[in-house]
Design a protein around this ligand. Structure first.
Ligand SMILES: NC(=O)c1ccc[n+]([C@@H]2O[C@H](COP(=O)([O-])OP(=O)(O)OC[C@H]3O[C@@H](n4cnc5c(N)ncnc54)[C@H](OP(=O)(O)O)[C@@H]3O)[C@@H](O)[C@H]2O)c1
Length: 204
């Protein structure tokens, strides 16, 4: 996800810095973007806004390494806390990973970009049948929401605010369904994208 989104943001003119547990991978991304690699703390301190893109198994370790370096900063959370045996959420009931990240970092978290596969975020731009991809996002801090809105627009998506961070667990639950469809070889479009084309008729 860092590769897919970062590559599009670099192309849109953003200066990027990247960290990861495998330094070589972070350095390769930095070279690709013409940016820099560093430690989690250095990257957190560098940016006006940070994307956290880590598998849920590594989230606690990564957040511990970041410490309070993102305190008060906008954070985009694209993560899906979904295990892929039964496709269920690994978070506490009624609690989202977005809220956990906010609590751990003291940053202003916006949930976004979690519903589509990384390949979709690589599209230049993500349009389907001439229609722009709609990207739902939610957060409780107006400044962080505004910056996220710009980041969505920068990759050619249509930003759709859906409320405060309380809504994040809905986006994470939706992702659990989408991931189960993708792993099952089903096309999520057939589940989610037919509403505006449907003609509702009743014949009694
Ligand atoms: N891939 C998608 O299509 C997609 C779409 C939407 C949302 N997401 C979400 O976005 C996030 C990133 O996904 P991704 O596909 O970009 O993941 P990824 O490339 O497999 O891994 C992202 C980062 O997580 C690190 N990581 C993985 N396991 C770890 C562990 N146990 N401890 C510490 N670090 C660990 C990886 O380190 P290494 O490189 O060293 O393994 C890498 O730096 C996930 O939360 C995922 O649910 C993914």
């Amino acid at each position: 996800m860092a590769d897919a989104l970062g590559t599009r943001w670099a192309a849109a003119g953003h200066d990027l810095m990247v960290a990861g547990r495998t330094a070589g991978k972070a350095q390769a991304l930095a070279r690709k973007w013409g940016g820099r690699a560093g430690s989690f703390k250095e990257v957190a301190e560098f940016g006006d806004i940070a994307l956290i893109a880590v598998l849920y198994q590594g989230m606690a370790t990564t957040l511990a390494e970041i410490g309070d370096a993102l305190h008060g900063k906008p954070i985009v959370d694209c993560n899906n806390p979904v295990e892929i045996e039964n496709f269920t959420l690994v978070t506490e009931p009624r609690r989202s990973m977005a809220q956990d990240i906010e609590q751990a970092t003291g940053g202003h978290v916006v949930k976004a970009f979690n519903l589509c596969h990384a390949r979709v975020w690589q599209l230049k731009p993500p349009t389907f049948d001439g229609r722009r991809l709609v990207v739902p996002y939610c957060g409780s801090h107006p400044g962080a929401q505004e910056m996220t809105r710009h980041l969505i627009a920068d990759i050619g998506g249509e930003p759709l605010p859906i409320g405060d961070l309380q809504q994040a667990h809905h986006l994470e639950a939706m992702a659990a369904i989408v991931i189960s469809l993708l792993f099952g070889g089903r096309d999520p479009h057939t589940v989610f994208n037919l509403v505006d084309r449907a003609t509702v008729t009743t014949n009694t």
